[in-house]
Design a protein around this ligand. Structure first.
Ligand SMILES: Cc1cc2nc3c(=O)[nH]c(=O)nc-3n(C[C@H](O)[C@H](O)[C@H](O)COP(=O)(O)OP(=O)(O)OC[C@H]3O[C@@H](n4cnc5c(N)ncnc54)[C@H](O)[C@@H]3O)c2cc1C
Length: 320
């Protein structure tokens, strides 16, 4: 069976969920071969193997941390040259998309970014994308070269499929461009303890209806009861009530969780663009005519300051 390269997103060897989703999708096309760059490949290989990686090509070098993306592109290209895969899959993060695009240019291939689904086809993998503010789903196939495809988080549920996951050293030589952009400092963001917005299975977002930064704890409490990430509409972000990094929408982040709860959000097209592909959508809004109710699975017409705390308590009670 043909092999499919899967670029591993990890933090010091802890594999992030979008990579496990990629392995699940990769198995539809061929045998997944993971490409792990950086430390702790052995630790990562256990998880990667459990999720179907037959091999884990591994390389570690200071260049991966000291310089922006190009060293990683050099390494992914080395893996490509070594494997001659049927496709290359990369998580759709900002960095992942840059790596994928650079690789595609180098190997003369077509690229599809932000796929939300992937299936095998007679003439190569077929990728689904959600376009025009999620109003349409398109299916595309790459017609030139080896398909390079980036896939959005939450596009598939990770499924265990034990495979060897044998670690093999990947030999990489860095090109001249690899050291073109040096990382000069790093400052970790203060952790909220909540999941990453774009990867979370549940997102609870607040909008202008939250009416002030001091009220966002209502949204946070509901999110914490569900183990969810917190999102915000642009109106809430522009008002300075919540950080820009939490904005959901056309000019914010795109999320596609299992459950999206919008509280005090009207449902403007630009907000919908970032959340419309969520599997189940719930809205709490005191205006029964709010456009958000056109796309919800469950809607509550009511004041979020009444509804959200009750929901939080109910979730806590049921969780025991
Ligand atoms: C180029 C461009 C890009 C944009 N990008 C984005 C983007 O990425 N993300 C984004 O979100 N927006 C974006 N916008 C802005 C977008 O058009 C809307 O203005 C914005 O989404 C509105 O935010 P909102 O729903 O929180 O506020 P509003 O539209 O003011 O809605 C507030 C809602 O809260 C309800 N409400 C009020 N009080 C309560 C209460 N106590 N309980 C329950 N409900 C209550 C109201 O009934 C109302 O429906 C963009 C706009 C432009 C032009």
């Amino acid at each position: 069976m043909a092999e499919v390269l899967v670029y591993v997103d990890h933090v010091d060897g802890a594999v992030r969920k979008p990579t496990l989703e990629l392995l699940t999708l990769a198995r539809r096309i061929g045998d997944p071969v993971a490409v792990h760059l950086g430390p702790n490949a052995e630790e990562a290989a256990k998880v990667l193997g459990e999720h179907g990686a037959t091999r884990v090509l591994s390389a570690d070098a200071p260049e991966f941390g000291d310089y922006l993306v190009v060293p990683k592109v050099d390494a992914l290209q080395a893996a490509y040259d070594a494997v001659s895969p049927a496709a290359v899959l990369v998580p759709s993060s900002a960095e992942g998309k840059e790596i994928a695009a650079r690789l595609a240019v180098r190997i003369g291939s077509g690229i599809i970014t932000d796929a939300v689904d992937l299936e095998a086809g007679d003439e190569g993998p077929v990728a689904s994308q959600s376009v025009f503010a999620a109003a349409f789903t398109t299916k595309s196939r790459i017609t030139r070269g080896t398909p390079v495809i980036t896939v959005k988080p939450n596009s598939a549920a990770p499924e265990a499929a034990p495979a060897a996951g044998a670690v093999e050293a990947l030999s990489v030589s860095f090109g001249e461009q690899a050291t073109g952009t040096k990382v000069t400092s790093r400052a970790p963001r203060e952790s909220t303890g909540r999941p990453e917005l774009t990867e979370a299975a549940i997102v609870v977002s607040g909008g202008r209806g939250v009416n002030g930064a001091e009220n966002f704890h209502v949204i946070e409490s509901l999110a914490d009861s569900l183990g969810a990430a917190v999102g915000a509409s642009r109106a809430a972000v522009d008002a300075g009530w919540y950080p820009h990094s939490n904005q959901v929408g056309q000019t914010g982040k795109s999320v596609s969780p299992q459950l999206y709860i919008a509280a005090g959000i009207s449902g403007a097209i630009q907000h919908r663009a970032g959340m419309q592909t969520s599997k189940t959508i719930v809205a709490i809004n005191k205006d029964a005519e709010a456009p958000i109710f056109d796309l919800v699975d469950y809607g509550v017409v009511g004041d979020l300051f009444d509804v959200a705390p009750q929901l939080t308590e109910e979730v806590k009670t049921r969780k025991g």
